[in-house]
Every structure is written in structure tokens, then in C-alpha cells.
Write a protein that binds this ligand. Structure first.
Ligand code: HEC
Length: 165
């Protein structure tokens, strides 16, 4: 009986790892497709800037000193409408610049469903590869992104993108 149980536990652990790996691979594929879409859409030329913000506005840690945030039509309309939630399909692209205006990273939020937590998060390096924190690729639902955005009480951000007003 004990043996059956341990075989079962090993199988359960393996299938869990397998599912985790599958999710990680899906996230990398989605990150790649999203990057390709951003480039073919030429978002820097065709998307709106975050309502009320210009280029190179002053940011906070960890996003860098200077930020430029682009929003697609769904996000732009959602932000302007004052709705509590941004609609499915909303995408926000934040370019994170160093004080000398060299691009350091690009962080993106893509709303994949109707729910409050249905965001796909990704951090790219300037060449379009997915950034890493240690061994972990920052694509999908990285705890760091979600944790800070959900926990922020500093009053800097809009509830619709996950940060309290
Ligand atoms: C320690 C806190 C913190 C962490 C961690 C964090 N963010 Fe943010 N994020 C912010 C703050 C604060 C803003 C508001 C912009 C600003 O002034 O910096 C923001 C804004 C954004 C925006 C622009 C949307 C908007 O409403 O301004 C995107 C996109 C974004 N973050 C993506 C990410 C991604 C992807 C990660 C993980 C790789 C991440 N963030 C991790 C604090 C955080």
C-alpha cells in the first residue's frame, strides 16, 4: 500500500512539473507572438500614448526613471471611459528608459480575458528577448509583477491596470 502511495505521489509530482513546464513554454510562445505583433503594428507610430502622459514622463522604481507608455485602442478607450476594468484585448506597452534616455526594458500588460486578474505580463530586453530574473523568465504571471501591482498603495496608479488609484 505504501509503495502504491509513493508511486502515486511521484506521478502526481511529475505531472505537476509537466504542467508547469507546459505553462512556461506557452508563455514564451505568447511572449514571442506578442512582440512580433507589436513590431508589425509599429506601435510607436500607430498607438496612442497613455492618456494624459507624454513621452519620457518621470517614473518610479522599478520601471526606470523615464517612461513612455503606449496603449492600443481598447486600452485607450477603456482608460478614457473611466470603467473599473479595462476591456479584454487591452494592451499597455511601457518603455523603461535610463536617465540618459537609453532604452533599458519594455514591460507589457496584455488583458487576455474579462476578469480582473486576466493579465499576461512580460518584460522584454530592448532586443525583444524575454527578460529573466535568475532562472525565471518574466512572461506569463510573474509573481513580482503581480505582487507589486496588486499591493501598491502609493497612490500612483490606476485601479484598472491593477494598481490602486
Ligand atoms: C515594485 C513595484 C512594481 C513591480 C515589481 C512591477 N511594477 Fe509595473 N508598475 C509599477 C508602477 C509604480 C507603475 C506606474 C508607472 C510608474 O510611475 O512607474 C507601473 C506601471 C506598469 C505598466 C504601465 C501601465 C500603467 O498603468 O502605467 C506596465 C505595462 C507594467 N507596470 C508592467 C509590469 C511588468 C510586466 C512587471 C514585471 C516584469 C512589473 N510591471 C513589475 C510598479 C511595479
Amino acid at each position: 500500500m505504501k509503495k502504491i502511495l509513493s508511486v502515486f505521489l511521484v506521478l502526481a509530482a511529475l505531472s505537476f512539473l509537466y504542467v508547469e513546464k507546459g505553462i512556461a513554454e506557452d508563455s514564451m510562445e505568447k511572449a514571442k507572438a506578442l512582440w512580433d505583433m507589436m513590431q508589425s503594428d509599429k506601435y510607436q507610430e500607430t498607438w496612442a500614448l497613455y492618456p494624459g502622459k507624454g513621452k519620457f514622463y518621470k517614473g518610479q522604481e522599478p520601471h526606470g526613471m523615464l517612461l513612455t507608455t503606449y496603449v492600443n485602442t481598447a486600452a485607450d478607450e477603456g482608460l478614457k471611459s473611466g470603467a473599473k476594468e479595462l476591456p479584454k484585448g487591452s494592451i499597455l506597452i511601457k518603455e523603461n528608459y535610463k536617465p540618459d534616455k537609453t532604452l533599458a526594458a519594455i514591460t507589457v500588460m496584455d488583458k487576455t480575458g474579462d476578469g480582473k486578474d486576466d493579465w499576461f505580463w512580460v518584460k522584454y530586453t530592448p532586443d525583444g528577448s524575454v527578460a529573466k530574473k535568475g532562472e525565471m523568465s518574466l512572461a506569463g504571471k510573474p509573481g513580482g509583477c503581480i505582487g507589486c501591482h496588486a499591493a501598491s498603495t502609493s497612490g500612483i496608479h490606476n485601479i484598472m491596470t491593477g494598481l490602486p488609484e
